[in-house]
Ligand binder design. Structure first.
Ligand code: SF4
Length: 253
């Protein structure tokens, strides 16, 4: 069984290298060049993108910091704390075309985050991990922001490592995402008998204990491309040789 997990992990690593090009937050099919450059130029934009990543498509969330900066005329967190209110931020986000589906909620979350970054992190999001590279601590610190649940904090930390190239330690604490595509595949492959977060998480740790979160992308892409709820394309699927093909399972996911 150990050999099986080892080989499956190796396959996932190989696939991840390929699929990251089209599935990273920073890929060309996700963001326009100027939106991406802005995101890469300022770590504060990363936090605002992460906070916005709810109830909208990922590309809408991650381009929000760029357009917010355009509408504000700057992206200086100190100035925002002095010059803006939740109401003024809400009006800016709401302005047509709206930057988010929930302007009020986003304005509250962003206002809180900006103030927290100014007061506790010397106005720079990078200070969240600059002197403490422990991924577990980064997750805990992100979780202290309004609008960032534990799940989202783990996703944010995963994106920092996977898409933004930040080198963190103790990646074992970043688990695989408990996502519908992944749940369906775990059931069909025979990696778990039950569809619950605990079983999926512990099964993923058996495959890649040092960084279970690294499995999210290869499994998620397989779910989206091949292992659909009905008519799975097993003959084309890169996980085929590792799969028990229990295709009667997970049809409702
Ligand atoms: S081989 Fe078939 S059942 Fe298994 S993960 Fe791929 S598509 Fe799903």
């Amino acid at each position: 069984m150990e050999k099986y997990y080892e080989q499956l992990n190796a396959k996932c690593k190989e696939v991840a290298k390929e699929v990251i090009k089209d599935n990273s937050i920073l890929s060309d099919n996700m963001l326009k060049r100027e939106e991406k450059e802005f995101l890469l130029s300022d770590w504060n934009a990363f936090l605002i993108g992460l906070i916005s990543d709810q109830s909208v498509k990922a590309e809408i969330a991650w381009r929000l910091p760029y357009y917010l900066s355009k509408r504000l005329g700057h992206f200086d967190f100190c100035r925002i704390t002095k010059e803006e209110t939740i109401e003024s931020l809400e009006a800016i986000i709401k302005e047509k075309p709206a930057l988010h589906r929930y302007p009020r909620k986003m304005a509250e979350y962003i206002f809180f985050a900006v103030n927290k970054i100014v007061e506790e992190y010397n106005s720079d999001v990078k200070n969240i991990w600059k002197n403490d590279l422990n991924a577990e601590h980064v997750v805990a610190k992100l979780e202290e922001f309004k609008g960032i649940s534990h799940k989202k904090a783990a996703l944010g930390t995963l994106l920092l490592v996977r898409d933004f190239g930040v080198i963190l330690e103790n990646l074992y604490c970043i688990d695989i995402a408990y996502d519908v595509h992944i749940r369906r595949i775990f059931l069909r492959m025979g990696l778990t008998d039950k569809d619950n977060s605990k079983d999926v998480t512990s099964s993923a740790r058996k495959i890649c204990n040092e960084f279970p979160g690294s499995l999210t992308l290869p499994f998620w892409v397989a779910g989206r491309e091949y292992c659909r709820p009905t008519n799975p394309k097993c003959e084309e699927c890169y996980l085929s040789q590792f799969c028990m093909k229990k295709t009667e399972m997970g049809k409702d996911l």
